[in-house]
Design a protein around this ligand. Structure first.
Ligand code: 2RA
Length: 329
């Protein structure tokens, strides 16, 4: 299969190449795509060198599928042009996620929605993806009424400029700033832009995307999203109220049986998920599973995943794998 990676030089684009290779996606030809600035640069994939081309040049090369991670503006401009040329786009930006004509897909949760008509498929926001993987089996079993989520998000979610800011600050150097404040030795309760209702766009993404992916608007979600000086992945504290009561043993079993989910939950041996362990992994890790004793039918748990992997690149490649499996690309 001819595969274009649009935004191949960025943090997520680089991870897409790693994941395509690691999962042995049947790439016969790679088309790394970036802006005019990176044109001609060489990218290595599975021991072979490929020259970076511009989006217009990539369309002319007619890939079977294009994985986009080059920001919303590039997606808005080029995804429809790729689609018109018959190329299936899997887009990691927020440009199409809430468009009612586009599917928003996490394969383990709603992979069944994909059909031959889907030419632009949206990859959800990183913090939403890891949350819905863990929520899905519990919603099926106990029916979720409400989720209260607080996130602890890695600087890698912002991009290379933020990683550099953290490293520069740590080394006591001046440099470009991705955030309005120091991030090292600090916590910033602000991810993406503020909305009129006082929430940030990241928080609203977690609310709206969850309802769309779970195909259930009755699930109430409220979120506080926070940036922390961490590299390996995003962590989330979830408080979940169910319609029905549960047994903790069954909750653990349901999470362990969920595809893409690993339970790491043994306080007696200090086992719980942490970003340093999730780093470079494709799965979502769940631990600190316990009853919220302050009200009935309510559970607390801690969910960690590598935001560049399952939160972005891995999910996009899994969507491509599913399309290939269904014969849609
Ligand atoms: C973040 N949600 O971590 C973003 C990345 N897509 O900022």
């Amino acid at each position: 299969m001819k595969v274009a990676v649009v935004g191949a030089t960025g943090l997520v684009g680089t991870e897409m190449l790693t994941v395509l290779a690691a999962r042995n996606f049947p790439v016969t030809e790679l088309i790394p795509v970036a802006s005019e600035r990176s044109k001609g640069k060489e990218i290595e994939f599975k021991g072979k060198k490929y020259k970076v081309v511009t989006p217009s040049e990539a369309i002319a090369l007619k890939p079977d599928v294009a994985l986009f991670s080059a920001g919303g503006d590039t997606s808005k401009e080029f995804a429809p042009k790729f689609a018109e040329a018959g190329i299936t786009v899997i887009d990691n930006s927020s440009a199409w996620r809430m468009d009612p004509t586009k599917k928003l897909v996490v394969p383990e949760v709603n992979g069944d929605v994909l059909s031959a008509d889907d030419k632009i498929i949206a990859n959800p926001n990183c913090s939403t993806i890891q949350m819905v993987v863990a929520l899905k089996p519990l919603h099926d079993k106990y029916k979720i009424k409400r989720v209260v989520v607080s996130t602890y998000q890695s600087v890698t979610g912002t991009g290379v400029k933020a990683v550099n800011q953290l490293m520069d600050e740590r080394a006591g150097k001046d440099g470009e700033k991705a955030y309005p404040y120091h991030i090292d030795l600090n916590v910033i309760p602000h991810i993406d832009v503020f909305q009129e209702n006082g929430y940030t766009k990241e928080e609203m993404k977690m609310i709206l995307e969850t309802n769309k992916i779970m195909r259930d608007d009755s699930i109430k979600v409220t979120a506080t999203t926070v940036r922390i000086p961490v590299m390996g992945g995003h962590s989330e504290s979830l408080n979940i109220e169910f319609e029905n009561d549960f047994d903790l043993k069954d909750v653990r079993a349901a999470l362990a049986a969920q595809s893409g989910c690993i339970v790491v939950d043994d306080p007696s041996s200090l086992q719980y998920p942490m970003p340093k362990d999730a780093h470079g992994r494709d799965e979502v890790f769940v631990g600190r599973i316990r009853r919220d004793e302050s009200q009935p039918n309510t559970l607390n748990m801690w969910v960690v995943a590598d935001n560049l992997r399952k939160g972005a690149a891995t999910n996009a490649v899994q969507v491509a794998e599913l399309l290939a499996e269904k014969g849609l690309i």
